[in-house]
Structures are given as structure tokens and as C-alpha cells.
Ligand binder design. Structure first.
Ligand code: DP6
Length: 358
């Protein structure tokens, strides 16, 4: 599909006012998206596990208006959240071509996260995908012939324009975003479910998020992506990410966990290496991040389990492990790793199936 396919020309029904709600999860990338160009297009393809417990619930109330321009107010946990307004304005600006009635309504947006706002977990993937799904549902109410497949795809398309990684939160449990020669149907414009066979070992894959640093992100992803422009290793990084995704296709099919671990950990460290070698440069890990990584490696060696880690652009550690190793790894996390988390905090999560209308 092309960008034009997401423009709707006629809306047969007009609705005076209504309310739509959705819930959308966060996701954790195995192959990282880091570097973008043009209108929120990724420099390389990425793939993630959609999560389950870390999610955002959004309720969008809309009412027809006569005045020009965007009109919305936003609430987080029922309290006004003016700090979200610039991000939403940018999002509306980017999507108005595809949701032409956006300026004809005033919106009240109520949003709430299942994880604490101060946990250092980015809410942009879950928040933007929840909002995108509400808006497409609103469009479907005015255009009842819009089929479900288009609703899903357009939600991912719009979510991408809000935040790239959000395009991977509409469906699950494994979603690819970015055109890749070996992945049929993949696109730079929206996420698609990973289309090939996946070994049962990856079913209900576990992700426990260790909250090492609960503060605001040290470097925003916008700035981080920007640092890939003119980065001395950018080209090699994009090629390597695509090659890692090619390798991951057969690993996901065969269930080769040691190769899985190698690819996933190497992706996480490469993302951080990009930040350490950009200008300006940043170290996003904290001493406890490194301590946790070393302990995961030692535990894996000692026990022969297949626990591994990944990181996003921050200090928190995502501990990944198969469902069958749940008991062993959970005790390890509780007894050993939680000591390196802020206030001992971690969030237990696992692969999930994506966003839903409520
Ligand atoms: C490190 O999706 O937050 O989590 O498109 O600027 O909103 P924007 O960036 P964002 O980037 C997240 C990158 C990452 C890796 C990943 O999720 O693939």
C-alpha cells in the first residue's frame, strides 16, 4: 500500500459527538529502529515483541465544532497534562492529511498508563498507538464500509507518524516495521505481523523490565535518531540491522536460542555503541545496567538457561527468557537483580497480541 491509499475522500456519515476508547501495549525491539528520514521512515527494518502488561488506555471524546484549527485538551490520570500538548499537536499536524475531519471536532483525550509515569518506560509507543486506533475507529464510524484489515493497517500507519516504534504496537506478538527484502509484505509505512513460522519456544516469551533509572530519558529519541545523520558508522549500522533481521528469520523458525541471544544482545549493544560514537556522544547505561548485564551472563553460564537482555535508549534492562524458564529466572531476578533496580522495582511482562478497542 502507498501513502495515498490511506487518504479517505468521502465520509458518508457525520457524527455530532461520540466517545471511543482503546488500549494499546508497549513493545520491545529485538532488532532496533535507530535512524529515520523523511516523514517518519526508518533507515532499517526492525522487529519487536508486542508486550502485554505495559499499556496505555485512551478515551477520546469528540464533538463537532465550527471554528478552524485543532482543538483538544489532554488529561493523564484525570489531571490536565499540558506537557503532552506539543507532541499531540505535531501528531495531528502529521496525520491531518489522512484524517481530514480532525479540524472539524474538538477532542477531550483521557489517557492512563499501566506503568508509573516516572518509571522511565517510554509511553510514546503505547500512547500513540492507542490514540491512532481511536482515531481510525472514529473514521470507521463515519465510514462504516471501512474493513477491519484497513482499520488495523491505518492505525499502525498513523501511529508511526506519532512515534516510529508505535507502528509495532497495534498487532502482536511479533511485528516487523520497515521494508526488508526477505520479509514479504513489509513496509516503511506500517508494521505487519511477522509472516513466517515461529518456533513454540517463543510463545509467551517473557520480558521482565528492570527499572534501573526511573527518571526522564537523558536523550530524547528524536535527538537520538537525529544523531544518526552524518554518523560515521550509520551506513554499517543500517546494513547490520537488516542482516541481523535476515538471520533472525531462521532463528525464529528453528528455535535456536543461543543464536537468538547473540543477535538480540548484540543489537542492544550496537544501539548504545551508536550513542557512544555520535557527536555529541552519550553513555545511556548506568553502573547498575552493566552490573545487571554481567550478572545475567554469569547466571546463564552457570545454569545453562537461555536468559538474555536487551535495552532501549536508556538505562533500564529488559530481561528476556522463554516461558519454560519462568520460575528459575524470576527467582534470580527477585533474589539477585532487583538489588540493582531503583527501589527494587521491576515490571513483569510478556509477549502479547496488540491493541484493542474497548
Ligand atoms: C530505541 O519510536 O521513540 O526504542 O519515531 O522519534 O518517536 P520516534 O522514535 P521512537 O524510537 C525508539 C527507538 C528504540 C528502538 C526500537 O524501539 O526499535
Amino acid at each position: 500500500m502507498t501513502e495515498e491509499d490511506f487518504i479517505t475522500h468521502a465520509h458518508p456519515t457525520t457524527i455530532e459527538k461520540d466517545v471511543v476508547s482503546s488500549v494499546a501495549p508497549s513493545n520491545i525491539a529485538l532488532i532496533k529502529y535507530w535512524g529515520k528520514y523523511g516523514n517518519q521512515l526508518p533507515e532499517n527494518a526492525s522487529v519487536s515483541f508486542t508486550l502485554s502488561n505495559c499499556h496505555t488506555k485512551t478515551t477520546l471524546s469528540y464533538q463537532k465544532k465550527d471554528s478552524e484549527g485543532f482543538d483538544f485538551s489532554v488529561f493523564l490520570d484525570d489531571a490536565p497534562a499540558p506537557s503532552f500538548e506539543p507532541k499531540i499537536s505535531t501528531f495531528f499536524e502529521r496525520i491531518k492529511e489522512y484524517i481530514p475531519f480532525l479540524e472539524k471536532y474538538s477532542f477531550t483525550i483521557h489517557t492512563t498508563n499501566s506503568f508509573p509515569h516516572s518509571s522511565g518506560i517510554a509511553s510514546s509507543a503505547s500512547g500513540m498507538s492507542a490514540m491512532a486506533l481511536c482515531l481510525v475507529r472514529m473514521e470507521q464510524q463515519m465510514n462504516p464500509q471501512m474493513n477491519q484489515a484497513l482499520v488495523t493497517r491505518k492505525a499502525s500507519f498513523l501511529a508511526r507518524l506519532g512515534s516510529g516504534s508505535a507502528s509495532r504496537s497495534i498487532e502482536g506478538p511479533l511485528v516487523v516495521w520497515g521494508k526488508h527484502p526477505k520479509i514479504e509484505g513489509s513496509s516503511n509505512l506500517y508494521g505487519v505481523p511477522f509472516p513466517y513460522k515461529v518456533h513454540p519456544i517463543f510463545e509467551n516469551f517473557q520480558d521482565t523490565i528492570l527499572l534501573v533509572d526511573k527518571g526522564e530519558k537523558q536523550v530524547s529519541s528524536t535527538l537520538g535518531h537525529d544523531l544518526m545523520h552524518g554518523h560515521p558508522f550509520a551506513r554499517q549500522r543500517f546494513e547490520k540491522a537488516n542482516a541481523n533481521l535476515t538471520a533472525l528469520i531462521s532463528v525464529l523458525e528453528s528455535g535456536d536460542l543461543s543464536e537468538f541471544i547473540h543477535i538480540v544482545e548484540s543489537e542492544a549493544l550496537s544501539l548504545h555503541a551508536m550513542m557512544m560514537t555520535s557527536r555529541p556522544y552519550f553513555i545511556l547505561m548506568k553502573p547498575n545496567t552493566l552490573e545487571i548485564i554481567n550478572r545475567i551472563w554469569a547466571f546463564r553460564k552457570k545454569t545453562g538457561t537461555s536468559v538474555c537482555f536487551t535495552l532501549d535508549a536508556g538505562a533500564n534492562v529488559h530481561v528476556l527468557y522463554p516461558f519454560s524458564e519462568k520460575e528459575k529466572v524470576r527467582s534470580f531476578i527477585k533474589e539477585e537483580l532487583s538489588a540493582f533496580c531503583k527501589d527494587g522495582a521491576f515490571i513483569i511482562d510478556q509477549a502479547g497480541s496488540g491493541a484493542q478497542l474497548l
